[in-house]
Ligand binder design. Structure first.
Ligand SMILES: Cc1cc2nc3c(=O)[nH]c(=O)nc-3n(C[C@H](O)[C@H](O)[C@H](O)COP(=O)(O)O)c2cc1C
Length: 364
């Protein structure tokens, strides 16, 4: 997939998620094959004011891997300046959030509230476009519309493209829905049909398995899929999508030993990149994510609230996975809730997928 001049070789992106997609989380996803990661949304005005907590969240990916920065606000100058800060740390793209439904964001007429002000939204895209060198695309992520009676995503997307957006991501829920109901494939399809074909449209919402990925691409015609909650504790989803796109066999659900190894890798990244006072909090989240669905995970989660020393929690969790491994792989005897939907991969044609040979640096 090509976003203006930026080539993304695997058509799956990590969704920006506040308090989730920090550097360790993004790195784990990158190491499992995601095509591109994006920081959580960062307030343009906080960045401009030099608010340290926000500035610290604008972190480049490790080892020179490309990454995007997402910003939000409603003042063109602030967004332009924030975009330049993203440029200065090496961002490969700058995404503008026009989809956040949170009350505090909407109260400031930012996030999804901008879908009610398409002209101002266009002005923001133009300001960011002007502030950046040509090789850094400006992109927009938005929702289906404000509510059921205002499903303006197709027109809104076109207006953003006209103002200079080089990629559109659509979460197929309205602002009013929040996270209830389902993400509409129909509205994503309409956006894909409305926006000029050279501008990629990314489908987003409720993709938690390879089968969901396939359905999203097939039913909407979208160019790539963005995955958020489905990646929590399941970076193997990116591995499976990458392998499937390349026409390679899937290795199956991760064993307890693999979970342990990735949990410990996540811990290692936290040790290197998370401020000490946040580590226990972040660790508890990781414990819940990686153990989800395994027998005893609820107890582990409850117990994870007790230790005040991160090392104790790491040791207990590593032992939890080791015990499961000793009992012989998938001790559940049932399908893991986040296991890859390997069985359905043969049923859905890979017609929208590039031929394996096309993967790599070729524009798709
Ligand atoms: C905890 C959390 C934080 C989120 N933070 C952001 C954010 O910072 N920026 C954004 O554009 N969307 C944010 N979202 C929305 C996701 O990017 C995504 O659009 C939504 O979760 C639907 O995709 P999913 O079903 O794959 O999770 C967040 C979602 C969650 C669950």
């Amino acid at each position: 997939m090509r976003i203006a001049n930026l080539v993304v070789d695997t058509e799956v992106l990590l969704a920006p998620m506040a308090a989730v997609t920090d550097l360790p989380f993004r790195t784990i996803c990158e190491e499992h094959g995601v095509g591109l990661t994006i920081t959580e949304f960062l307030s343009a005005s906080a960045l401009c004011a030099g608010a340290q907590k926000t500035v610290d969240k604008m972190t480049p990916s490790l080892n020179g891997r490309r990454f995007g920065v997402q910003i939000f606000g409603r003042e063109p100058e602030a967004l332009a300046q924030a975009a330049q800060m993203a440029r200065d740390i090496g961002a490969a793209l700058v995404d503008i959030n026009m989809g956040c439904p949170a009350k505090r964001v909407v109260a400031g007429a930012c996030g999804s509230a901008l879908m009610k002000e398409p002209e101002l939204a266009q002005e923001l895209v133009r300001a960011v476009r002007r502030a950046l060198p040509e090789q850094i695309p400006v992109t927009v992520k938005h929702r289906a519309g404000w509510d059921d009676r205002h499903l303006n995503a197709p027109e809104f997307a076109c207006a953003m493209v006209e103002a200079g957006a080089a990629m559109i991501t659509v979460h197929g829920r309205t602002r009013t829905q929040g996270f209830s109901g389902r993400s509409s494939l129909e509205i994503i399809k309409k956006v894909r049909q409305s926006v000029p074909s050279q501008v990629p449209v990314i489908g987003n919402g409720d993709v938690v398995s390879l089968a969901d990925y396939q359905r999203m691409r097939q039913e909407t015609g979208c160019d790539a899929v963005m995955i958020g909650r489905g990646a929590l504790g399941n970076p193997w989803l990116f591995r499976d999508i990458r392998l499937w796109l390349a026409g390679q066999p899937l290795p199956g659900a991760p064993s307890p030993a693999e979970r342990r190894a990735v949990f410990l890798r996540h811990v290692e990244l936290m040790r290197q990149h998370t401020v000490e006072k946040r580590i226990l909090h972040e660790l508890r989240k990781a414990v819940a994510w990686y153990s989800k669905g395994m027998p005893g995970s609820a107890e582990l989660r409850d117990n994870s609230r007790t230790p005040s020393d991160p090392e104790d929690l790491i040791a207990v969790t590593a032992q939890f996975f080791a015990d499961h491994a000793d009992r012989g792989g998938s001790a559940t005897g049932r399908r893991e809730p986040y296991s890859s939907a390997t069985s359905s991969s043969a049923a859905i044609p890979r017609s929208f997928a590039p031929a394996p040979a096309a993967l790599g640096s070729e524009p798709l």
